[in-house]
Ligand binder design. Structure first.
Ligand SMILES: [Fe+2]
Length: 352
């Protein structure tokens, strides 16, 4: 069997997978064509046909329309689960685990998921989108750091639940477009403790997940909250979630500001967060994520469109670009021109 496909049992099939080999009935009739996109309905049909195995394309390459559909479906399930949390002030753990097994893990394994996350447009409450994005980014980071199996599931769960304590904070404050008052800010900063207390009594939730929820705003230099912990006092999962949280917050559009291009986010993390976030995790993240900037289409401040051909080591936000007329510009030298935004075209960078 070629390396880029694997044979899965029908019960292992998941939404969004692509069929690598046609499935043929004993009569010779083609039940499932090569390249078919698996939906929940199709998976139920396959089970009904009593097919035992299906060959699936690996890793999951999906087009942007498929990614958007998967992302929106996942978001829809998260919104329903989090509404339960807001109402009952309790985490439906079985729902969360099902969400991770059926959707989030699949998204984590999509080629170029960080790039796709940046471009996906979904109209949903920020907290839901942010929780999903942090779950995915924590999973991707966990994968890059070498975590596997149940550890990966726990890291994704920690990402998904990291802001669960915000269920205790009025929506009016969470979605406020203006600057928060000191009292409101103090309330918002209690969300890690609220979240921890919500999970503390649940014996089925692993302790590292609870600690990640409690400590995701702690910083290596002791400048974080709620306990101003330093270095090794902060759990490793909390450090992973912290970076995913910072990256997503900076690269998302908010009511009060536009989203920053990913390489500007990287630059800002390098500049401002080096003392605050774990160095090893930052290096792993930045080394992996930088790969997808090359090949990106961008808009320059002089109105030209260009493609990034190389990143400059020190001045990442001033890359070498190629204009549509073929001219190559090194923005490290051309200080009057800057990158304004990343264009929404489909990039071909292969990043797993
Ligand atoms: Fe938070």
């Amino acid at each position: 069997m070629p390396l880029n496909q694997c044979l899965l049992r029908v019960e292992e099939l998941r939404y969004g997978m692509i069929v690598a080999q046609p499935v043929v009935a004993a009569s010779g009739k083609v039940l499932l064509k090569q390249g078919a996109f698996l939906t929940e309905r199709l998976i139920r049909k396959i089970a009904h046909w009593q097919v035992e195995y299906v060959s699936i394309v690996l890793p999951y390459h999906v087009c942007s329309a498929q990614f958007t559909r998967m992302y929106k479906d996942t978001l829809h399930s998260i919104a329903a689960t989090f509404e339960k949390v807001r109402t009952f002030k309790e985490v439906p753990l079985a729902d969360c685990r099902e969400l991770i097994d059926n959707y989030v893990e699949l998204l984590v394994n999509i080629v170029g998921v960080v790039d796709r996350l940046y471009k996906v447009k979904a109209h949903s409450e920020y907290t839901f989108r942010h929780s999903l994005n942090v779950a995915i980014l924590s999973g991707v980071l966990g994968k890059w750091l070498g975590f596997k199996g149940s550890d990966m599931k726990d890291i994704i769960l920690a990402g998904l639940l990291h802001d669960i304590g915000k269920a205790f904070i009025p929506r009016g404050i969470l979605n406020k477009p203006d600057r928060l008052t000191p009292e409101e800010m103090a309330l918002v900063r209690k969300h890690p403790v609220y979240g921890y207390h919500m999970l503390a009594e649940n014996g089925e939730i692993p302790e590292p997940v609870k600690l990640a929820v409690l400590q995701h705003h702690e910083r290596e230099d002791g400048s974080g909250y709620p306990s101003a912990l330093r270095d090794e006092k902060i759990h490793g999962y909390a450090k992973i979630v912290a970076l995913a949280d910072v990256y997503d917050a900076m690269s998302s559009e908010r009511v009060y500001r536009a989203k920053m291009p990913p390489f500007v986010v990287v630059d800002t993390i390098l500049d401002e967060m080096q003392e605050k976030l774990n160095t090893q995790i930052c290096i792993t993240f930045l080394a992996n994520i930088s790969r997808f900037f090359v090949g990106s289409s961008v808009l320059l401040s002089n109105g030209s469109k260009a493609t990034i051909v190389k990143l400059n080591d020190v001045l990442r936000m001033r890359p070498v670009v190629q204009l549509e007329n073929g001219e190559v510009l090194n923005l490290a030298d051309e200080r009057k021109i800057e990158v304004v935004s990343v264009l929404d075209e489909i990039f071909t960078a292969a990043m797993s």
